[in-house]
Each structure stands twice: as structure tokens, then as C-alpha cells.
Ligand binder design. Structure first.
Ligand SMILES: Cc1cc2nc3c(=O)[nH]c(=O)nc-3n(C[C@H](O)[C@H](O)[C@H](O)COP(=O)(O)OP(=O)(O)OC[C@H]3O[C@@H](n4cnc5c(N)ncnc54)[C@H](O)[C@@H]3O)c2cc1C
Length: 417
């Protein structure tokens, strides 16, 4: 096999596959190394399997609460083995699509652990590959806490929860970032008794404080227990599961615990002239950030790192961009806020939980924070407006369709003084 390439790319997650596909479509010869499954964490153990499970969870929850909608469902049951099977099928379908794209683009894929020898040489499977440029995108792994190591049976990482074939009766989720919040909602919708322990003062500590408060209200209404400002001192295994000692002196018992306490960048040889992108670069750990970094690196499409939307699939979705209110000096900005229930569409859908808040300075949006059905799509409208530096006055002239959740953006803009 020819072993000379323009690009050698390590890792086939969103960072690696975007780099490989964009380099190949620019006519470059590309070799891509993957030691595990094509698609990385995002496709195999992250974004995609979680959202597939969430979809089933939401439908189950809707059906259980559908009497108000005039729909009577008797005997609504969860067949979790089917849900797990569908999740695997979705992942496999997308994975084979990605493999086909690599093939069609003429990308050589090597199923092996790769090692960087120098800035132009990669070694994998006992062979050496000469590369004009090397891009390292080896991703990240769940953080391990000393004394609370994963045993994959009672003390679990997100990978383990995604491997569930049956549901536990109860779980303690440690950490309420995106991963903790998503699993809380998926599992609680399936009637698993969920308790969250969060060391920060609020759930979802990276969000705007009013968003965190709103999420807390929603979680209470969904019977999710949570302890904030509380840390875990010790996890002990018992005959029945785990016993967790909290910093407030309380003890929690559950079938298992999920440690959702962040992810650490995977290490790769640190060689001058080779840059890491994606989760391994250690800044924002999101799939869309990883792929934008890849495009910037390979085909020089610049992007603004301050305008990366955050979306948490909390059911309702939670999304934000730009400044949070707690980061701003009082009196230096304007604010407009509406409850989602003010929108006709939310009444039609019986999806009343949520809020929308827009922060403005000098006639420009500087931050937006949304909890709502469709928040993941709504936030994109704001990202485009911010990126294009469109003034609030011009946005007010935009015609928003009715009845939609997008009208909430217009409502907020019209409330700005
Ligand atoms: C449960 C969960 C849910 C998530 N949900 C979302 C979401 O909804 N939206 C979102 O934007 N982000 C989400 N993320 C984060 C997202 O998955 C990551 O930000 C994204 O996968 C990072 O892409 P990457 O290409 O940098 O790394 P990865 O996707 O981790 O890919 C890295 C790849 O490199 C391979 N590799 C590592 N070392 C080597 C080596 N030496 N040789 C060969 N191969 C190697 C690995 O096997 C892996 O396949 C989620 C993460 C988790 C865990």
C-alpha cells in the first residue's frame, strides 16, 4: 500500500472525520487512524445514542401524560431491550454511512492505535506512514475520581449507562453538567428514581443562573431529587447497590451511581508541529466545536470561538449563547424575558415549561438563554444574528411565522426598552 499522504489524521470522531472529509474533498490524499469504532464518542457513546434513548423516553412520558390531549393509552409499557436495540441500529446505520463516505472520498482508513513518531510520521500496526501534515483528534475519556473508580457495575460512566440492557430502579447521578442533566431526564422519564448530587450552588452550573433555577423547578416537577452545594465524600458498595455519603452528612442508597463529573482530554505524543483539535485540545468539549476546529485547520474556514452554542437535551431542551447575566455588570445591558407559556404554540403543544431571555447591549444581542421545546433550533437563529452583527432594530423588522416558538425571540425583542 502507498504510505505517503498529504494528511495523517488520528481519531475518527467529529474532529477527525470532518478533517479527513474536508481534506479529501479539497483533493488531498488522506489516511485516517481509528483504534475503536468509526465516529468517535459522539456517534458511538455520546451525542447520538443519548438522543436516540431520549426520543423513546420523551414519547413514553408524553403517552403517560396524554389524557389532557384527549388520548387515552392503556397499558403503556417500556420494552427497554427494544430501546437498546434501536439505539444500536441507529448508531450502526450512521457508522456505515460514515464508512461509505470515507470510501467514496478515497480516504484510507487504518483500524489501529496510532502513534506520532515525528511531525511527519505516524506509526500504526507496525507500519509507518509519511504525512505532509498530522492532525491529532484522539478525543476525551470520562474523568476518574480517586477512591471512586468505575467498576462498570455499580459505579458507572456514561459509557456504562449507554450499555444498560435493563433499567435500574434507582440511580444517583453525581454532577449536573450536560451529561448528568441528559441522563437524569432520560432515566426519570422511564420512572427510574433519580437523585442528583451537585457540588455547585445550582444545577447546570455553566448556565445562566435563571436558566439553572428554571431547570431546578422543572426537575422538581418531574420528581427528580437533587442536592446542590453538596459533594460526595464516599461511595460504598453494598449487597443491593451503592451507599453514598454526602458532605451534608446524609446517606443515599441506590442501585448504582453515574459519575458525570467531566471528561479529560486523551493524551497523545506531544510533538512540535502537530496540533490537537476537538476534545483532546482541552477547551470546549462539544461535537460542533470539534468539527469547526477541523474545518478551520484544514480548509481555513474561520469561526468565532466566542459564538459556540451550548445545547443540553434536558427535555425541554436548554440552549444558550454568549454572555450570562451573572457575568455582566448591572446597568450595562438590557434584558427581556418571556415564559414559554406566553407563546400560542406552546399552549397548542402543551409544552409550557420554559423561558426565553435575551440580553442586549448597544443595540446588539450579547447573550440568549432558552429553556423550551425546540431550544436547540431556536438558539441557532440568535447565533446567526450575533455572528452577522445584526442590530436589534433590524431583527425587529424580521417576519416570524405564527404560531411558532421563534415568535418568542420577536416577543423578547419587542419588550426591550
Ligand atoms: C454521553 C455524551 C453525550 C454527548 N452529547 C453531546 C451532544 O449532544 N452534543 C455535542 O456537541 N457534544 C456531545 N458530547 C460531546 C461529544 O461527544 C464530543 O465533544 C465529541 O465527540 C468530540 O469529538 P472528537 O473528535 O474530539 O473526539 P471523539 O469523538 O472522542 O473521537 C476521538 C476518536 O479518536 C480515537 N483515538 C484516540 N486515540 C487514538 C489513537 N492513538 N489512535 C487511533 N485512534 C485513536 C478514539 O477511539 C475515538 O474514536 C457528548 C459526550 C458524551 C460522553
Amino acid at each position: 500500500m502507498e504510505k505517503e499522504f498529504d494528511f495523517g489524521i488520528i481519531g475518527s470522531g467529529p474532529a477527525g472525520y470532518t478533517a479527513a472529509l474536508s481534506a479529501a474533498s479539497a483533493g488531498k490524499k488522506v489516511v485516517l487512524f481509528e483504534k475503536d469504532s468509526v465516529g468517535g464518542i459522539c456517534l458511538n457513546r455520546g451525542c447520538i445514542p443519548t438522543k436516540t434513548m431520549l426520543h423513546s423516553a420523551e414519547i413514553y412520558e408524553y403517552l403517560n401524560n396524554s389524557l389532557d390531549l384527549g388520548i387515552c393509552v392503556d397499558n403503556c409499557k417500556v420494552d427497554f431491550s427494544k430501546i437498546a436495540e434501536r439505539k444500536r441500529a441507529v448508531v450502526e446505520k450512521l457508522r456505515s454511512g460514515l464508512e461509505r463516505s470515507f470510501k467514496n472520498a478515497g480516504i484510507v482508513t487504518i483500524q489501529a492505535q496510532a502513534r506520532i513518531i515525528n511531525k511527519n510520521t505516524i506509526e500504526a500496526g507496525g507500519e509507518k506512514y509519511s504525512c505532509g501534515q498530522i492532525i491529532a483528534a484522539p478525543g476525551s475519556s470520562p474523568r476518574v475520581i480517586k477512591g471512586m473508580e468505575y467498576d462498570h457495575k455499580f459505579i458507572l460512566s456514561s459509557d456504562d449507562v449507554l450499555n444498560f440492557e435493563t433499567l435500574p430502579e434507582s440511580i444517583v447521578i453525581i454532577g449536573s453538567g450536560a451529561i448528568g442533566i441528559e441522563f437524569s431526564r432520560i432515566l426519570s422519564a422511564f420512572n427510574v428514581q433519580v437523585t442528583i448530587v451537585e457540588i455547585a450552588e445550582n444545577l447546570l452550573p455553566l448556565a445562566d443562573f435563571e436558566i439553572s433555577k428554571r431547570v431546578e423547578r422543572i426537575f422538581k416537577s418531574k420528581n427528580i431529587n437533587f442536592y446542590t452545594g453538596t459533594s460526595v465524600e464516599k461511595i460504598e458498595k453494598t449487597d443491593k447497590g451503592v451507599q453514598i455519603l454526602l458532605s451534608n452528612g446524609q446517606t443515599l442508597n441506590a442501585d448504582c451511581t453515574l459519575l458525570a463529573v467531566g471528561r479529560v482530554p486523551n493524551k497523545i505524543e506531544n510533538i512540535e508541529g502537530v496540533t490537537s483539535i476537538g476534545d483532546a485540545a482541552g477547551s470546549i468539549q462539544l461535537a460542533h466545536f470539534a468539527s469547526k476546529q477541523a474545518l478551520e485547520k484544514v480548509v481555513q474556514i474561520p469561526f468565532d470561538e466566542t459564538l459556540v452554542p451550548s445545547v443540553v437535551y434536558g427535555s425541554p431542551e436548554i440552549a444558550w449563547i454568549g454572555k450570562r447575566e451573572q457575568d455582566l455588570e448591572p446597568g450595562t445591558y438590557q434584558k427581556a424575558m418571556i415564559p414559554i407559556s406566553a407563546l400560542a404554540k406552546s399552549q397548542c403543544d402543551n409544552a409550557l415549561d420554559g423561558m426565553m431571555k435575551i440580553l442586549v447591549r448597544d443595540d446588539r444581542i450579547i447573550g440568549a438563554h432558552i429553556v423550551s421545546k425546540e431550544a436547540s433550533s431556536l438558539i441557532q437563529q440568535i447565533v446567526i444574528a450575533m455572528q452577522a452583527n445584526v442590530s436589534v432594530e433590524r431583527l425587529k423588522a424580521v417576519c416570524f411565522a405564527h404560531p411558532t416558538y421563534s415568535e418568542g425571540i420577536f416577543e423578547c425583542l419587542m419588550r426591550l426598552k
